[in-house]
Design a protein around this ligand. Structure first.
Ligand SMILES: C[S@@+](CC[C@H](N)C(=O)[O-])C[C@H]1O[C@@H](n2cnc3c(N)ncnc32)[C@H](O)[C@@H]1O
Length: 273
């Protein structure tokens, strides 16, 4: 694993311990039966009962286990040992059947046998990955013929603006297109608790354009069924305002004018093309 991925993994181990305790993740509500999945993704993924589902970059498993509660046979994968340990503990505590694998995403095909009806990934995943073509190859590798891939993620266009604390106007700061070298940030706590203390000094991230994401999937012979662009974000950003539905939007004069989040579904043809 190169030094950027190694540093990010150490950061995620720290964040896992913070996030697990945070109000953002509300683990107690999950224990009591609350699902972490959004209504639109449950609808867009479709029925999962009796299907096998691989969750890439599953963190400590709340989304994975939410799919298990809907009847999927789930496998979650993540490169953070702390995340996987916590996911396994939660699954055991709640008696939810699930398999969790600790591996870097790019190493997963060499470590995890089999293929799945559904490959799922969501909310805060692509920015950690340096190479989208290789990511798409991993997705295609794990899909059964006729299987479906689903992602919901922050829109790359929403990532170009300055989001430092206190910046409330739209100020172009970051490239829309991928850079070979990562963007480097200094972590301020975790996104789930900005006041928490972290030892890691750097966070390495890559923006990936929508064209790169769609073309990566197409190059891996997946057929894009839809790409929905949403005018809300699922987490707070300095230039967005909270709305009543728990999401975050541009101020009223700009609301609805720019894409902030997206969902995409693609499928693997039933027979190889
Ligand atoms: C924001 S979480 C997304 C999970 C889920 N949406 C959530 O909020 O719980 C991103 C996850 O990506 C994982 N991750 C980052 N880079 C990775 C890599 N190269 N291979 C595997 N997992 C990675 C992190 O450990 C983290 O758990």
């Amino acid at each position: 694993m190169d030094r950027y991925l190694q540093a990010n993994r150490e950061l995620w181990d720290e964040w896992t311990r913070i996030n697990y305790q945070s109000d953002f993740y509300k683990v107690d509500a999950f224990r009591a039966g609350h699902s972490r999945l959004r209504a639109y993704e449950i609808e867009e993924v479709g029925p999962v009962e009796g299907k096998t589902l691989l969750h890439l970059q599953c963190h400590f498993g709340l989304d994975t286990l939410s799919w298990a509660r809907l009847g999927a046979t789930v496998t979650g994968a993540d490169f953070s040992p702390a995340g996987i340990e916590q996911a396994r503990a939660l699954a055991a505590e709640l008696s939810l059947p699930a398999t969790f694998v600790c591996a870097d995403l790019y190493d997963l095909p060499a470590l995890l046998p089999g293929s799945f009806d559904i490959v799922y990934t969501s909310r805060g995943v692509l920015g950690w990955l340096p190479d989208i073509e290789r990511w798409a190859q991993v997705v295609a590798h794990f899909l059964k013929p006729g299987g479906a891939f689903y992602i919901t993620e922050i829109h790359p266009f929403a990532q170009v603006f300055d989001d430092d604390d206190g910046v409330t106007e739209l100020r172009l700061r970051y490239p829309y297109f991928t850079t070979r070298e990562p963007l480097v940030f200094k972590p301020q706590g975790s996104y789930a608790d900005r006041t928490a203390r972290v030892k890691a000094e750097h966070e390495y991230a890559w923006n990936h354009s929508l064209g790169e994401i769609v073309s990566g999937l197409a190059t891996s012979r997946l057929l894009v069924e839809f790409l929905h662009e949403f005018t809300f974000c699922e987490w707070p950003v300095s230039f967005l305002l909270p709305s009543d539905d728990g999401r975050y939007r541009l101020p009223p004069e700009l609301d609805g004018k720019l894409p902030l989040f997206f969902s995409l579904r693609a499928s693997k043809p039933p027979t190889a093309v």
